[in-house]
Design a protein. Structure first.
Length: 267
């Protein structure tokens, strides 16, 4: 009896232990299926392979990474090249040129009455100093050894040729060179002659008047007469020096190329 009871007890115990083990296994399986955080199930694998017609397109193969030395030395130049390629090409610089009227012909200056001329006679014996003279009211000039020459209306080149041909034609010189300059064409001047302390050609300054022009020539000498003349082109303008001193408002402005004549008093 005792043996049978013991056997039954062992069988019951074994059955209970088996039931406990089976219950524990079922619990683990149920927990895994319920998605508990303790589950060790790996994440599902999502396929990136295109489905449908797109599946026929060849996959894009990534470019290989540059090597070590290429990344050190070639990376910057490649980036610079790419940057330059994306820049908008600059517009070429067009040189700026002046708007020049090529159809306009040069008109040489022609000598006028009362122009001051500087004439140089070269390659002659004896040598002559430079001659400074004024074209007179008849448009003529007087040179050494020859008669008066018509200068009005001629260019300096034409007058040079005329003077040279006159000297050589009259056999005064065998060879010579002539240069004619009109100073008023290079720098503004006026001319004052007669009874002043420093007669001659003087530089013209804007705003000069009769009184300031005479003062620029050193003022009148002790033998001057107050009745003076201003020559401008073919015109003569008479004025009285003392009247201008008494009434400065009557003083007149002069122009470049004007000639002031201060006469000598015979009393």
């Amino acid at each position: 009896m005792i043996t049978m009871r013991a056997s039954l007890s062992l069988m019951v115990s074994a059955a209970m232990l088996g039931g406990l083990l089976m219950g524990s296994g079922c619990k683990k399986v149920s927990v895994a299926k319920s998605g508990s955080p303790s589950a060790t199930q790996p994440p599902p694998v999502v396929s990136t392979k295109p489905v449908g017609p797109a599946a026929e397109i060849a996959p894009v193969v990534p470019a290989p990474k540059p090597g070590f030395f290429a990344s050190l030395f070639g990376g910057k130049s490649s980036q610079a090249t790419d940057h330059a390629a994306t820049q908008t090409p600059s517009t070429p610089t067009t040189p700026v040129t002046a708007n020049v009227d090529t159809n306009r012909s040069y008109v040489p200056y022609r000598i006028q009455i009362n122009d001051t001329l500087m004439i140089a006679l070269r390659s002659i014996t004896p040598e002559q100093p430079n001659i400074e003279l004024i074209v007179d009211e008849n448009g003529e000039i007087k040179l050494p050894y020859i008669n008066s020459i018509k200068a009005e209306g001629r260019t300096t080149a034409e007058l040079e040729t005329l003077i040279r041909d006159t000297y050589l034609g009259q056999k005064i010189y065998k060879r010579m060179t002539v240069n004619v300059i009109v100073p008023s064409q290079t720098s503004p001047t006026f001319y004052i002659k007669g009874e002043v302390h420093s007669p001659g050609r003087l530089p013209y300054v804007n705003g000069m008047t009769l009184l300031t022009a005479i003062a620029a020539a050193g003022g009148p000498s002790d033998y001057f007469t107050p009745n003076m003349e201003l020559l401008r082109g073919g015109k003569k303008i008479k004025f009285n020096y003392y009247d201008l001193e008494k009434h400065p408002e009557q003083d007149q402005p002069i122009q470049a190329g004007d000639i002031i004549i201060v006469y000598k008093s015979w009393l």
